[in-house]
Design a protein around this ligand. Structure first.
Ligand code: HEM
Ligand code: HEM
Length: 124
């Protein structure tokens, strides 16, 4: 699997979803979902595109197990966090019910970011 391509493509999918949600918010005047929209665009599109470009620019970063772990931790963490945030902020699931699962996804993103830093220290 090509890590750079994977990050760039998934980032582009998040951008489309972020734009659709932003357009809906603008048209409906319902801005309650702004934090979800912001993080779809930032955690999804922006960060994944930065990772994708960096893995392309510094090919040594993409070698071995570390980048694969980083990719899947960031993907699963972001997807879980964003779906959870959407369900909570749209009022579909009470915060007390869904709140306790957030640290799992935040932890995945955090461990991914630590692996990213480790990889950079070694190879960038
Ligand atoms: C056609 C595309 C887009 C539309 C229609 C749109 C629309 C909106 C709307 C209506 C809000 C709520 C503003 C408010 O409540 O004050 C918002 C917030 C935000 N948008 Fe977008 N947006 C778009 C694209 C993007 C992109 C591409 C990014 C980032 C890469 C982005 C980042 C943000 C952020 C960070 C906020 C939160 C700002 C805050 O809470 O202060 N948006 N957007
Ligand atoms: C695990 C990752 C992250 C978590 C748990 C998180 C959590 C939060 C929380 C709780 C807020 C306050 C929302 C509110 O006041 O309603 C926030 C706001 C914000 N975050 Fe994050 N964040 C994460 C990652 C990021 C990343 C990677 C970026 C940028 C690349 C980012 C950019 C922002 C911005 C611009 C705001 C203000 C926009 C707004 O109020 O909607 N966040 N974040």
């Amino acid at each position: 699997m090509n890590i750079s391509r994977g990050f760039l493509l998934t980032g582009a999918v998040y951008l489309l979803i972020g734009i659709l949600l932003g357009s809906y918010m603008g048209a409906s005047g319902k801005h309650e979902l702004a934090p979800v929209h912001a993080h779809i665009n930032l955690l999804g599109f922006t960060l994944m595109t930065v990772f994708g470009l960096a893995y392309r620019l510094i090919p040594a970063l993409a070698e071995g197990l570390l980048p694969r772990l980083h990719f899947w931790l960031h993907q699963l963490g972001s997807l879980g966090l964003l779906i959870g945030l959407f369900l909570m902020m749209s009022g579909s699931v009470p915060a007390e019910t869904i709140g306790p699962i957030f640290p799992i996804f935040e932890g995945a993103i955090l461990v991914g970011a630590l692996l990213w830093l480790t990889n950079l220290l070694r190879r960038a």
